[in-house]
Design a protein around this ligand. Sequence first.
Ligand code: AMP
Length: 114
Amino acid sequence: MAETIFGRIIAGEIPADKILETEDLIAIRDINPQAPTHVLIIPKKPLKALSSTGEEDTLLLGKLLASTRKLAEQLGLIADGYRVVINNGESAGQSVPHLHIHLLGGRDFRWPPG
Ligand code: AMP
């Protein structure tokens, strides 16, 4: 699979504002934040998208969501709420073909999303 910008960040080849690292994932501040708090939770395994995952990734997917919840707590997003987004595929707005979860908070959100 071709290396993406996230693969290069995970490899330490380019810098990022990293706020969490475990053996399975990293969390970084989005370079172009869409809310006062905008964090990306990224598995180290180079999965292209949510739809690229299989049964063998079930535990990893759980860890990604659990880390998202913990980060929301640590970043003070519980009281006012927060949004969790996965863009899957180009028409859904996915621009980096390496699975990632967006954690957004610090403002009001609308539904449906654009
Ligand atoms: P998506 O459009 O769902 O694929 O989200 C990709 C996200 O990655 C966008 O919100 C970008 O702003 C963000 N992004 C791209 N390059 C970087 C980078 N070098 N460091 C942090 N975030 C990035």
